[in-house]
Design a protein around this ligand. Structure first.
Ligand code: NAP
Ligand code: MG
Length: 498
């Protein structure tokens, strides 16, 4: 992909360390306490901006604004008008696409060519849900009650939705939470991650420009333990949609019990990639490697458990290691970077701890396993892409989500065996299969306990196709028509026509 602008130049125009307010009830405001925190560039350690550190009072104001908008102006918008607003947002996101991507890259590190490449998907989400806004409908159902009694259903918006998102794909996550909410007539309070709040604030500005009424979309920045926790327990929030870690998802589900608000959770994973002995090795090597190394492993669907058929294991794993060695580590803002920084130093230490545990427990380190050092890297958190072989199923690096650039490779002998080992994980988010045999592909696709299964590919996500997890990877689905039902209530209406 060729680009016709200079990302570094654009970045220096966007952020200069100044204050970026949050968005509540159509107003751009600071936290009532005056507290702020720094938005930091993980490649350099530099402060890009300061953002408000919302407290409980700020969250409560945002929820009140969302409630008033839900019952007031927004409830008068027809499906066609909501569709028009979504299409206008899509137009503005397309207009400002370069800026949004540079902002994402600066704030959380993903290489700019990757953030830019998400365009079709993000615009697709807005336009898909714009289309769905005028396609919502209930059903007329024949009942068996004597007399002439008509029964039908209505689909109604669930109300005020709290959307809590992680830092690893801020633009996509913001759009994927808000678009179905607007399509269905809900209102939203979005809490982005502290590590990546700048682009969600930029998107809120575009929503304002697109004519979204005040209070329909609110963005509160701040700590998960304060602002996020308040949203999860808030008595006037009807639904929480959350993407993040399994641990936080569990605490949100507990907090939601108070008013029995609805919850959907997109959580972590430890996804298996299974390479059968008949796989097209040339094609499978780069895909299996990038199933983890894309975004330095900081993606929920990272294919971090690589199961390779014994017959081809040594060659395959050596080639994945060679592929890893050739990746260019650098600042995300450089257009030739393959692998950017880890989002913050705490997370980098967690990953290093996992790498150390792999070595202590006896896995064989084929490549990586260290910090990338040198003048370009010293301000940030750069880890080298890491491949472990001879991993045993009971090692920590085999069982736990690392959320970093670490592949754990295993040998397997049969389809039955690999199925049960792949499924022996508390997670069930995604899985990859490489084979030329149609029977094997179908068998594995049916048997694997995962919300998405990719055959001879990985990473595909589309607005029209449901995405989400089984087991401790969460519940609820994003994408497709199913996503809309997460934001809708079904009401049954009975009419006695006698
Ligand atoms: P995280 O710590 O769970 O944070 C996610 C969001 O929750 C952030 O906005 C965070 O705020 C907030 N939060 C933290 N504690 C909270 C609490 N007690 N109550 C309410 N909200 C709270 O996850 P992360 O480390 O940012 O992201 C990595 C995880 O997300 C990984 O496990 C990954 O697998 C998962 N993930 C899943 C998907 C998916 O679709 N399944 C997609 C992407 C990521 P602060 O960060 O500001 O504290
Ligand atoms: Mg940041």
């Amino acid at each position: 992909m060729a680009i016709d602008f200079d990302p570094k130049q654009l970045g220096s125009e966007l952020y200069n360390g100044g204050f970026r307010p949050m968005f509540i009830g159509g107003q751009w405001v600071g936290a009532q306490s005056g507290e702020v925190s720094d938005a930091v560039n993980p490649a350099t350690g530099e402060r890009l901006a300061t953002i408000p550190d919302a407290g409980v009072v700020d969250v409560d104001r945002a929820v009140l604004a969302a409630r008033r908008a839900f019952e007031g102006p927004w409830s008068k918008f027809s499906p066609y008008e909501r569709q028009a607003v979504l299409l206008k947002i899509a137009e503005l996101v397309e207009r400002d696409w370069d800026k949004l991507c540079v902002s994402d890259t600066l704030d959380m590190g993903m290489p700019i060519m990757r953030t830019l490449a998400n365009k079709r998907r993000v615009l697709g989400m807005l336009r898909f849900y714009a289309g769905m806004a005028t396609a919502l409908h209930g059903e007329t159902i024949d009942n068996s009650i004597p007399g002439e009694i008509v029964s039908f259903t209505r689909k109604e918006p669930v109300g005020v939705v709290a959307a809590i998102i992680p830092w690893n794909a801020p633009t996509a996550a913001t759009v994927w939470k808000i678009a179905p909410a607007l399509a269905t007539g809900c209102t939203v309070v979005l809490k982005p991650a502290e590590d990546a709040s700048l682009t969600p604030l930029m998107i809120a500005r575009l929503m304002q420009e697109a004519g979204v009424p005040d209070g329909v979309v609110n963005v509160v920045t701040g700590k998960g333990s304060v602002a996020g926790a308040r949203l999860a327990e808030h008595p006037d929030v009807n639904k929480v949609v959350f993407t993040g870690s399994t641990l936080t998802g569990q605490s949100i589900a507990r907090a939601a019990v108070g008013n029995l608000k609805k919850v959907s959770l997109e959580l972590g994973g430890k996804s298996p990639v299974i390479v059968c002995k008949d796989a097209d090795i040339d094609r499978a090597v780069p895909v299996a490697a990038m199933a983890v190394f894309a975004h330095s492993g900081q993606i929920c669907i990272a294919g971090s458990r690589l199961f390779v058929a014994r017959e081809i294991h040594d060659e395959f794993v050596a080639r994945v290691a060679d592929f890893a060695k050739a990746l260019r580590i650098g600042h995300g803002i450089e257009t030739d970077t393959d692998i950017g920084p880890i989002v913050n130093s705490r997370q980098a230490r967690v990953i290093e701890d996992y790498i150390a545990s792999g070595q202590t427990e006896g896995a064989r380190l084929l490549t990586g396993g260290s910090r990338q050092s040198g003048p370009v890297y010293d301000g940030g958190n750069f880890l080298t892409p890491t491949v472990f072989a001879d991993v045993h199923d009971d090692m920590r690096i085999a069982r736990e989500e690392i959320f970093g650039p670490v592949i754990s490779a295993f040998k397997f002998d049969s389809i039955d065996e690999v199925t049960s080992r792949a499924n022996a994980s508390p997670y069930g988010l995604a899985a990859g299969i490489f084979t030329k045999d149609l029977g094997t592909a179908h068998k594995l696709a049916r048997r694997l306990k995962a919300g998405s299964v990719w055959v001879n590919m990985y990473h595909a996500i589309d607005p029209a196709v449901p995405f989400g997890g089984m087991k401790m990877s969460g519940y609820g689905r994003e994408g497709g028509v199913e996503h809309l039902y997460e934001y809708l209530e079904t009401k049954a209406v009975w009419i006695n026509t006698d």
